[in-house]
Write a protein that binds this ligand. Structure first.
Ligand code: ARG
Length: 460
């Protein structure tokens, strides 16, 4: 344990141990150790190149930091839970290992630019991971869609049977949402990717540093143009939290549908045993727990967004310790989203689709009533009149226990003499779907075109 605080010179007493725990962030910011080391290496290299510290010290610092990294990875070095944060822990360990050269590392730097740097680097990496995971899920949706171009199911509005669609069409709707999610994550990453290193505590530094050099070495687009902004905004956390809240909202809506589809009333899909759970008391149960957890966890991810916005809204420039609270919120959003994507993707991939039940559900509820009205319209009747005639036929069918498919032709003709034998083809579910071939519609060829465009745009 390293007992003497870094700022011990100014203080005559050790920090109260309860307050030390209260103040410490190491229990959650230790995850950024790699980024902290990478940032320190870039900083040290720059200090040496600019002649701010001797090259010999730089060599020692770099070797020392490499050793710390290797030892943390191998478990030879344990994170000290009483350290104030990961930045202090690494610097103190370095100094304990290499002596004076270690004490030179923090020249022309503050923990304020250091933490802003580490957080950006860390979240940049995580954003890449999330983009890959969202792409993986999108690929599964596209694959499932390709297999279900002709699988007819009811399309709903108000959760009431509306018009027939295909399962492919339904799944591609989610694939399109994920495509925009990826776009948002990429945009967010691009705005995040500016280097705060060299902003110092808030007001830059009097040393002849080279911010371009460190920014380049750490693969940033450029240094943040304003040192106060660099250390005091966390808009990149908010943006990422918002993008993740939307990813989760999309996953949550899809999850809710899977919950419905698994129910005995729908039975549209069946989850693979490896991705469902049983009940401790009811032997017949096969529960879609994964989807319910995704739906539930979406609440947490939405909450994290509000946490971050609220944490920031009253802060005067520049750094305030409130900002230490950014990490748990955004890290939780990141890990929760990754975990949900990792659960949902194989669950969908292994789910069995019950095309017969989907089709049977679509045959109920007068789903082809619009098509019946369209039939009359195409024969010259104004749509409003066709709508009224079809409405009266539906009422008649309900009273007589018939469907539009089983209603005899003479009863059609009694309502309008425009009806001919071919009305039965026009209201056949397959026809209803096939004719909805407008761009973006559910007809198999329209969905196939959508899939082609999607795969091309997404480089799948
Ligand atoms: N652990 C701190 C954080 O996460 C690091 C920055 C501390 N800066 C300071 N001036 N106390 O924000």
């Amino acid at each position: 344990m390293i007992s003497l605080k870094m700022w011990a010179g100014r203080f005559e007493k050790e920090l109260d141990s309860t307050i030390n725990d209260f103040n410490s962030s190491i229990s959650f910011d230790w995850v950024m150790y790699k980024e902290d080391i990478a940032g320190s290496m870039a900083h040290a290299g720059m200090l040496g190149a600019q002649g701010i510290i001797p090259m010999a010290d730089v060599e020692e610092i770099l070797t020392g930091l490499e050793g710390i990294l290797a030892d943390l990875e191998s478990g030879r070095l344990q994170i000290d839970p009483t350290a104030e944060d990961i930045h202090m822990f690494i610097e103190q360990t370095l100094t304990a290992r290499i002596g004076d050269a270690g004490k030179r590392l923090h020249t022309a730097r503050s923990r304020n630019d250091q933490v802003a740097l580490d957080t950006r680097l860390y979240l940049r990496g995580k954003t890449n991971q999330i983009i890959t995971a969202v792409r993986g899920l999108a690929a599964v949706l596209v694959q499932l869609a390709q297999q279900n171009l002709h699988t007819v199911l009811p399309g709903y509005t108000h959760l009431q049977v509306a018009q027939p669609v295909t399962f492919a069409h339904h799944l591609m709707a989610y694939a399109q949402m994920l495509r925009r999610d990826i776009g948002r994550l990429q945009d967010c990453k691009a705005r995040m990717n500016y280097s705060p290193l060299g902003a110092g505590a808030l007001a830059g530094t009097t040393y002849p540093i080279n911010r371009q050099r460190t920014a380049q070495e750490l693969e940033f687009t450029a240094p943040c143009p304003n040192s106060m902004d660099a250390v005091s905004d966390r808009d990149f956390c908010v943006e990422l939290a918002a993008a993740l809240a939307l990813v989760m909202t999309h996953l949550s809506r899809l999850s809710e549908e899977v919950v419905l589809w698994c129910s005995s009333e729908f039975k549209f899909v069946e989850l693979d045993d490896a991705f469902a759970t049983g009940s401790s008391i009811m032997p017949q149960k096969k529960n879609p727990d994964i989807t319910e957890l995704v739906r539930g966890k979406t609440g947490r991810v939405n909450g994290n967004l509000v946490t971050l916005l609220t944490m920031l809204k009253g802060l005067p420039l520049a750094y305030n310790k409130d900002m230490q609270e950014d990490k748990q919120a955004i890290f939780d959003s990141v890990e929760t989203t990754l975990a949900c994507l990792a659960a949902v993707t194989p669950m969908l991939q292994t789910m069995r689709v019950n095309a017969k039940n989907m089709r049977a559900a679509a045959a109920k509820g007068f789903i082809n009533a619009t098509d019946c009205a369209d039939y009359l319209t195409k024969k010259g009747l104004p749509f409003r009149d066709a709508y009224k005639i079809t409405g009266s036929l539906v009422v008649h069918c309900i009273k007589a226990g018939l469907t539009l498919e089983t209603l005899p032709l003479q009863e059609y003709k009694a309502a309008s003499d425009l009806f001919e034998e071919d009305v039965y083809t026009a209201i056949d579910l397959a026809t209803c779907v096939a004719q909805r071939n407008s761009e973006g519609g559910p007809a198999p060829e329209a969905v196939q075109a959508q899939i082609e465009e999607y795969k091309k745009a997404m480089e799948m």
